[in-house]
Design a protein around this ligand. Structure first.
Ligand SMILES: NC(=O)c1ccc[n+]([C@@H]2O[C@H](COP(=O)([O-])OP(=O)(O)OC[C@H]3O[C@@H](n4cnc5c(N)ncnc54)[C@H](O)[C@@H]3O)[C@@H](O)[C@H]2O)c1
Ligand SMILES: O=P(O)(O)OC[C@@H](O)[C@@H](O)[C@H](O)[C@H](O)CO
Length: 424
């Protein structure tokens, strides 16, 4: 019988807190922290958001888990060691305790786009406002405010918070939301003592499947109930200050830049924009995963058209040809089973953030928008099949709906996909 995972000696001291204990945190921020040359000084206390399950499982393994890196030609396994404590997100007392400790210097978040509980214009939803005043907040930001208030009362000093979700201008968005819902005197403390760091995060890490557990046992001889599978590629670009210190993530390959926005846009508009397109257009053509969808010549050319349009909205100096060709290789990785159904969550919000700005930019220049129109048509076909195309388009973005050329392109794309579906 295989051995279970347990620590033989204590892990690093807790100096980071993470909210959103999912697959991505374990494959990305925790990986960079353990690979930093001062990683032995930086342990992470990680909290779930909605369900305690991931914390229970990881806690039973002393925070240890296996990271399986899946290259096209095979898998390798390594032990993830940076997470030293795992908690149910509802455990506010532990969150307050960590954040009251001056040695804790960084908070990271991966709570998904929906997890911020913001309205479409980026302002806090009524749910978030109510939650920020609740006795036992249930949203990630409500809980973060509770933890920050404990730090303020403990006089534990400034701290950095890093939003690691796929949201444009994620640092500014998070800061705006925190300041909008915090009551005084916490609001003034956040303004003065919390540095909100913007970041672009990149490592394709699909949801964990049962098959992975068996694969880990085969590779390592260990029983692991919390493994994670990820791709060899990894990138982390950050912009902002860390007033209480941070791991030397740059020694593990992270990049610190003065102007984050171009890198963030490159990733969101090319990688995530294409994922959103494939997640909508792939299933009606019988595809289940990104690798299957990108192997379909019609979808590959739709992605290329979208990338041509998105690339024209990006500044020079981002090495776009190399990035695009690496993306094609990453999408095609046969060992990464990235299900389109997982990516298709919240498509309306993602189109508004990733496709609509490109389409608007191109229309203002009188340039082609067929790639954007294909993505929008795929969304209408998948999620608004019973609504007239012009009404669905108006729901997505009134300015695009008012543009006769774009509306006609969407109608044409819908007709083409219906014809393709009839043809079989
Ligand atoms: N997985 C990737 O490849 C990847 C890569 C880059 C960035 N990201 C970013 O990280 C996020 C998390 O990715 P993951 O793979 O760890 O996801 P996940 O589904 O494992 O979720 C992570 C955490 O978010 C919480 N959560 C999920 N949906 C929520 C909701 N609607 N409201 C509140 N909390 C919610 C979960 O409880 C969990 O604690 C992504 O949404 C994305 O923004 C992921
Ligand atoms: O839910 P999304 O669309 O923000 O993200 C789903 C995937 O596209 C995403 O997780 C990518 O794998 C990731 O952004 C790669 O770095």
């Amino acid at each position: 019988m295989s051995a279970a995972l347990r620590r033989e000696r204590p892990g690093p001291p807790v100096r980071m807190v993470h909210l959103g204990l999912g697959a991505f945190h374990r494959a990305h921020q925790a990986w960079y922290t353990q690979h930093a040359d001062d990683g032995a000084d930086w342990g992470i206390a990680a909290f779930t958001v909605r369900s305690p399950d991931a914390a229970r499982v990881l806690d039973a393994q002393d925070g240890l888990y296996t990271i399986v890196t899946r290259a096209a030609d095979g898998d390798t396994a390594e032990l993830g060691t940076a997470i030293v404590a795992a908690h149910d997100g509802a455990d506010l007392e532990s969150l307050e305790r960590y954040l009251s400790d001056p040695a804790v210097a960084v908070v990271t978040l991966t709570v998904t786009e929906a997890g911020y509980a913001l309205d479409a214009d980026g302002s806090p939803s009524a749910r978030l406002r109510d939650d920020a005043e609740a006795d036992r907040p249930a949203t990630a930001l409500g809980r973060l405010l509770r933890g920050f208030d404990a730090r303020r009362r403990a006089n534990a000093g400034p701290i950095a918070v890093v939003c690691c979700d796929n949201l444009p201008e994620n640092g500014a968005l998070l800061r705006g939301a925190l300041l909008a819902v915090a009551a005084e005197p916490l609001r003034a403390w956040i303004e003065r003592d919390v540095s909100v760091v913007g970041t672009s995060v990149d490592r394709i890490t699909p949801a964990v499947t049962d098959e992975l557990t068996a694969e880990v046992e085969r590779l390592t001889g260990l029983r692991d109930a919390a493994p994670v599978a990820t791709e060899p590629f990894s990138d982390w670009v950050l912009g902002g200050d860390f007033p209480a210190g941070r791991p030397r993530w740059e020694s593990a390959g992270a990049r610190f830049v003065d102007d984050l926005e171009p890198w963030e846009r490159r990733k969101l508009r090319l990688l995530n924009g294409a994922h959103t397109l494939l997640a909508l257009a792939g299933p009606p053509r019988g595809h289940r995963t990104v690798a299957e969808a990108i192997a379909d010549p019609a979808l590959r050319s739709a992605v290329e058209a979208l990338w041509d349009e998105a690339s024209a909205t990006l500044p020079d100096g981002l090495d776009l040809p190399a990035y695009r060709s690496a993306l094609l290789e990453r999408f095609a990785n046969p060992r990464i089973e990235h299900r389109l159904a997982q990516i298709a969550q919240d498509s309306l919000t993602k189109l508004r953030l990733r496709i609509v700005p490109v389409a608007r930019h191109r229309l203002a220049e009188g340039a082609s928008t067929s790639g954007c129109a294909t993505a929008v048509a795929a969304w209408i076909a998948a999620e608004r099949p019973d609504v007239a195309a012009d009404a669905a388009l108006a729901d997505l973005d009134p300015a695009l709906a008012a543009d006769a050329r774009f509306a006609a392109e969407v109608t044409d794309a819908l007709a083409r996909s219906a014809q393709a579906a009839r043809a079989g």
